[in-house]
Each structure stands twice: as C-alpha cells, then as structure tokens.
Design a protein around this ligand. Sequence first.
Ligand code: MTE
Ligand code: LUZ
Ligand code: MOS
Length: 772
Amino acid sequence: MNDAGILKAPVWSGVGTSRAHESAALHVLGQATYTDDIPEVQGTLHAALGLSSKAHAHIVAIDLAPVRASAGVVAVYTVDDIPGTNDCGPIIHDDPIFAPGLVQYVGQPIFIVVADTHDNARRAARLARVTYDELPAILTPQAARAAQSYVLPPMRLARGDSEAAFARAPHKVQGELYVGGQEQFYLEGQIAYAIPKEDQGMLVLTSTQHPSEMQHVVAHALGLHSHHVVVECRRMGGGFGGKESQSALWCAAAAIAAARLKRPVKLRADRDDDMLVTGKRHCFHYEYEVGYDDTGAIVAARVDMVTRAGYSADLSGPVATRAVCHFDNTYYLSDVEIRAACGKTNTQSNTAFRGFGGPQGAIAIEYVLDEIARNLGRDALDIRRINYYGTVDRNVTPYGQVVVDNVIGALTDELEATSDYRARRQQIDLFNATSPVLKKGLAFTPVKFGIAFNVTHLNQAGALVHVYVDGSILVNHGGTEMGQGINTKVMQVVAHELGVDMVHVRATATDTSKVANTSATAASTGADLNGKAAQDAARQIRDRLAAYAVKLYGGEPEAVRFAFDTVYVNGHAVPFPELVQKAYLARTQLWSDGYYATPGLSWDPKTMSGRPFSYFAYGAAVAEVVVDTLTGEWKLLRADALYDAGRSLNPAIDIGQVEGAFIQGMGWLTTEELWWNDGGKLMTHAPSTYKIPGVSDCPEDFRVRLFDNGNVEDSIHRSKAVGEPPLLLPFSVFFAIRDAISAVGDHQINPPLNAPATSEEILKAVTEVLAR
Ligand code: MTE
Ligand code: LUZ
Ligand code: MOS
C-alpha cells in the first residue's frame, strides 16, 4: 500500500478508498491484453501505409508496380479503392483517409499495402515511385498568420474596454512568447485490427479513446450503416488525447483493406510512422500587452494567439476555444481581449493532448505575471495572489461563467506552508549569492481548470450493469481505459451501490454494440460521466432487489441496506448472492442500463459565452531547480503538488494521475522539442531524437497530496476530475528555471524564455541576460 493507501472506509465500501488499478496484476505480469496481443484470426494479413515525402504537392503520377511486386504483397489500395467516403475527420470533414491527388504534409498517407507479414508490408510501402508537382508550404503558425491561412475563422473573446484600460495603465508589459507542441508518445502505438463478419459486417479491434467515432468513420468509409460496424477496445497503452480522433485513419484504412479482401487485416504503426503521420499538441505563439498598477494588479490584458493547426481542422477549434477559456487561469481579468487563430500549415494535423489547449492558454498569463513580479521586484507568489479570483465578487470569468467553487486561496495557503516556500526562497537567495555558475530557482504556480467538454452535447454517457444469478457483476460503460483507472473507479461506484466488495465486479471491453453513441473518453470527464451512468444502472437494480427483499421479509424499501456483501432488510441479513438467486427465480430483471447528461451547461460559440464547465478543479505546485548556467543543464530538486480531486474516488489512482501529469507536462515545457526541417519533414520522429522524461528526470523529493474538498456540484460522490488539470502543475518547473536564469542578472531582467526550455534555450536566455 502506498502513501495514499490510508483506508478511509472499510474495504467493502468501493468508493473513496485506494484500491489497486483493476488490471494492476495483469500489467505487471505482462498479461494485460492490448490490441496487438489479441490472438489472430486465421488468414490475418498485415498492412502498412505509404506516406508522402513532400509537404505540399500535387501527385502527378504514382507507380505502385514495385510495391505490388515486393515479397509477400497481397494488395495495394489508394483513394480509388475506398467503397464509401474518403474522410476520417471528426468535426469538419477535411481529413482524407488517402491523399486525393494532393498531399498536404510529409507523412500523409497515400496508399495502404497489405502483405503476409508486418515486415513485408513495411518494406513494400517504401517502394512506391510518386511524382510530385511541388507547391509552396507553410510550416509555422507565424507564417500561417502572415498568409492569413487558417483552418477555421479566428476567434475573439472580450470583456470591458481593454484598449482604454491598457492606455491608462501605470505600468505595462508587452512581448511575445512561443510554446512548442508535444508528441503524445503513448507507449502502445496506433493500431487497428479489422475482421470482416457476415453480411457486410465489420469488427474493428483498436486502441481508441473514441469507439463510437471509429464506428462512424469506418461505416462511412465502407459505405455502410453504423449497425454494420462493431468497434471494441479493452484498453489502451496510453492515449493522452492522441487516440481521440486520430485513431480513425488507422481504423478506416484497415477496414477498407479488410472489406476489399474479405480477410482480417491488422495495421500497426511503428513508432516513426506513428510520429510522422499523427498530430500532436498544438504549439502556440503569443503576442501580449498587459497593464498593471503599483501593487501588481492587472488592469488590462490583451493577448493574440496563433497556433499550428496543421493541414486540417481536426479538433483545433475546440482546442483553441479551451485555450481562450483558460487564459484567465486563476485570475480575475476585468478588461480583457483574447484572440486565437488556428493557422493552417503543411504539417501533421494537430489534435487533442492532455489539457486540450487549457495549458496553452494559461501559460501565457503565468508568463506575464512572472514578468510583472520581476518588474516590481516582488515575489511572484504575492503578485499571483493579488490577482486571484474572488469568492463573492471578482468571480466572473471573461466568458461569463460565475466561479462559485473558488478554493485557490485556501489551497495556496496550504501549499505555501507545507512546501516551506518562504524559507526556501531565502535559502535559495543565499545559495545564489555565493554560487556564480550553479543557480537555483523556485516557483509557485496555481491552476484552475474547467471540467466538461466545451462542446455541450458531448457531456453524456451510458452504461450497462449485469448482475448474474451467482451474484457476480459485470459492468460495461461508454468510457475507455487508457491506464487512467476509469474502470477501477466505475467498478468502485457499482460495488458501492450494490454493497459488495469490488472483487465481485468485473469491467469489460468498451464495445459499440453494448452502449451506443458514446463520447470520447476525454476532457477528463470519463469517470464523472460514466461513473454517474453506471451508478444510475446499479441503482435501478438495487431498487428492484430492495423491492423484492421487502416482499420476502417485510419492512420498507427505503430502509433496505446493501453493505458488506449483505442485504439488511427488516432485521434479516441476507447474503447478496442469496437474494439475487431468489429474485431471479421470482423473475426480477437483474440487469439495467444507465444514462447521465451533465446538467446546467450552455455555450454560445458566436459570443464565446455561457456556462461551458460543470465545475472547476484547482491545484498548485512549487518546484525548485538548479541550473548550470554554463551548460544549460538543470535538475528538478524538489516538487510539491497539491491537487483538488474533490472527494477523491480513489486517492491512490488520483495521486498517480497527478504524478504522471506533472512529469508529462514537465517534459512538454523542457526537453520535448519537435523539429521540422526546411522541407517540412518532422526530424524528431523517434525516441532517439525526441526526449521524453525518464525515471531519472523525476525529482528525488516529490510530494504530491490531495486537497480535501467536496465538489459543490453533485458530481459522482462529490469527486472531481483528475486526468488533465495536473498537467499545468509543472508550469512551476518552467518558471523555476526562468527564476534561476534571472538570478544571473540579480533578478533585474526578464529572461526571454520560450518553451520547451531545452538546455540550448536556457543558454540562449542566460546569454541574453548577461548581455543586457
Ligand atoms: N492517464 C494514463 N495513464 N494514460 C492516458 O492516456 N490520458 C489523459 C488522462 N490520464 C491518460 C491518462 C487524458 S488526455 C485524459 S482526457 C484523461 O486521462 C481521460 O480519462 P478520464 O476522463 O477517465 O480521467
Ligand atoms: N472539448 C473539450 C472537446 O473540452 N475536450 C475535448 O477533449 C473535446 N473533444 C472534442 C470536442 N470538444
Ligand atoms: Mo484528453 S486531451 O481530453 O484525451
């Protein structure tokens, strides 16, 4: 049992206790089945994609003869072989499955080759002779802006008169910032295994956060109806947003080949192809101008953001919307104007990644506050606190949602004390005074993150709960397991409702033939939505069992209690399986569906206003780093994080999520650099050139705790979502690095620091500080 393993309730109670991940034993024994581990059906073939080598070009001619002649090749299919629609885009249908005569990025799929083995398919895929007629390519967000090249109309959210407020502000900061993108780097790559079934049916086993979307895309690509297609996913080896929309290409391509050949086809991307083909976190470029007073209070904030959307819209619209709605972070901005544009570039189509634009919106205001503090010679925590949202006034966001659950003040107080922030600040100043080369830095950063899909209709979920005659329970819901522990939490909820230990509950693969029209498991809402839906299903069964128990033993249905694997009714204690047996013989329905739709949400995309979020999750972190100012090397010495998971459903899992998100976000802001060459080819397409954090990058002293705070909203057992918001906590690492760099100039100069703060970027900033 780990630190979080204090059992707050007896083990029979499923909820609020640190239960192990439902697949923990399978994970560590190597027995958890991922898509590629599923035993193959006889006759299975293997496929690979043929990719564009140009960023923007017309295809003049394709010679596929060498591909067809390659060893083991069975078939090659292009855009001309698609039975239905050549489209795998999630919202705006601008994503072709196979390039239709025009390629728009290096890595865009042009054809699929099917062979007897995976290796033979991969070898053959490289042999196509494609003649291109090259067109000019746009590669950066700034270039897209200059060319007014956008995948969607630019958006704007404004309140008050920021222009006038800025003009009369006593102090001003103006500048630019660039924050790079990030590869999802799920350990299990994209994969789809398509198995034809009778009468046009198609079963697709795949690693996806969004089985229903895969079902729809496959149906359209095959020219079928949704009821012809079943999509199943037991688990992913990580998704992180990268399998929300972009598993579609792989599902569609495999299904097209399987349908044409009437044979099972497996398409598994190797890492380089995966990174070349699929989109990543959106990078952002910002221009900001902010006015503030002598106390450091912001009086006007204006920001203009442009992002590299890539060649198509994918989810860039909702991502940019979330960026706009998170620029405020924990701060009240009275007069504010936020602009965001989705630059159309000849690169991979960028997509969801943990935080979904939220981190990109919030980091800009944090950068500004960091500058204000340095300009005023004040501790940045004090400046942040002055600008925090209020609890009774100063509590309306720029998009009009009233912040009714603000706990950032209390949470900040707690972390400031437990992290020993003030004393360590002094120690660091003393250290730096006598250390010319190694400089230490410290930073405290807060987080507020809106929970709900910002597209209102997506906030719904369904579940099925079966109680079998032996008393064992099976739960199926629309969410997908990607390691985050959704199944464990949903099992806990069901166990709690029926008063049985979790060991009697089993979760099955997500399956479009069980729960229909599901949303992606995304926006951190998986357990919120599917937990509620499963609770609804379990309650219906419990009510039926209670009614039947009263028939047998007397008493009132409301007084029947389900706990300790026992049903307590009118002075009798009946073992749960015994009551179930009897209820079955009396012809009681022992299974149920359940449904949930988050209440109270609204959003008007035209005015960018409404109540897009059900509630906010809060958090804060303190990071201490040491930077070698001669080499740009650095180390995270200690990190303290405090996260508001509400009444946590499972503290161990939630702490694991905070730790994972912290390190993942730290990678984004420090070592993970995506780099395209002049021809638009992503050169960092493997772990050899793209550096995600390793275990040695984790701080030796890592203190993660949960902030005890029941959700004011009626969420599942008053818990709060945990999946994405902690990704913003390592802002503290980035600003600690900036603090250490600024120590070189005795904190008189704002070091210009873009993200990722690679050693190279750090050295550049040190040089700039020294030169001023
Ligand atoms: N944790 C693990 N281990 N693997 C993942 O892929 N994805 C994150 C987060 N935590 C992810 C993860 C993202 S992007 C989201 S939106 C949430 O989990 C989704 O799950 P939830 O809504 O059930 O929390
Ligand atoms: N909105 C959101 C979305 O906030 N998060 C998401 O993951 C998402 N996905 C699709 C559409 N809107
Ligand atoms: Mo998470 S980026 O919402 O899949």
